[in-house]
Write a new protein. Structure first.
Length: 199
């Protein structure tokens, strides 16, 4: 029996700015995404993270917010209430974009750390479009990837403890697209990193 040919994975770095800890009571205010690269049987190939990107600012879905969380992004909820995209439209546009850039591949969301961003992204996709282009489990956490390759406990991992050559030279600005591009570079570096040199 011939082996089943697997689709390549297309990795999409995603960053979310939100005004609280969980979706529903709180709102996703902006969404940035960048194609980080593709992996197939021949290995991983990095993409230019500025070439294929997506960015939207969204209208808040509730009146609740945590001031400290809102302050991180510097986004103005009043402005977004007028100018932000309706979540249904933004999520449909994002889904269309992922399907376009991921044609012929299986898209995988990646983030650092992925869990917060995935929680908001997946909830919004299901709530406002009824489905996710990543499925229910197409998510890869860069923090876990580094911990595994470095042989470290997950709680010991922080960007400040990583080898400098892995990190992007871009500044982490808390603008969702800037940070998605920065994280795409980190992801590409992690994918080809053999791990720490052993004495």
């Amino acid at each position: 029996m011939a082996p089943r040919r697997l689709k390549p994975s297309l990795y999409v770095s995603v960053d979310v700015e939100a005004d609280g800890p969980i979706p529903g009571p709180y709102s996703m205010l902006s969404l940035g995404a960048s194609v980080a690269g593709v992996q197939d049987a021949d290995g991983f190939r990095a993409a230019d993270p500025e070439e294929r990107t997506f960015y939207r600012e969204l209208r808040p879905i509730s009146e609740e917010f945590v001031p400290e969380a809102l302050a991180v992004s510097g986004l103005d909820r009043d402005r977004l209430g007028v100018e932000g995209a309706e979540p249904v439209r933004a999520m449909r546009e994002f889904t269309d974009w992922v399907r376009e850039v991921g044609a012929g591949a299986q898209p995988v969301m990646c983030g650092y750390p992925a869990l917060y961003d995935w929680t908001f992204l997946y909830w919004y996709l299901i709530r406002f479009t009824g489905s996710s282009p990543f499925g229910h489990s197409g998510c890869l956490d860069m923090k876990t990837l580094y911990a595994t390759k470095a042989g470290l406990p997950l709680r010991a991992v922080a960007k400040g403890t990583m080898p400098r050559e892995l990190l992007s030279r871009r500044r982490h600005t808390h603008h969702a697209l800037d940070d998605a591009i920065e994280q795409a570079e980190l992801f590409a570096n992690l994918m080809v990193w053999p791990g720490p040199s052993r004495p």
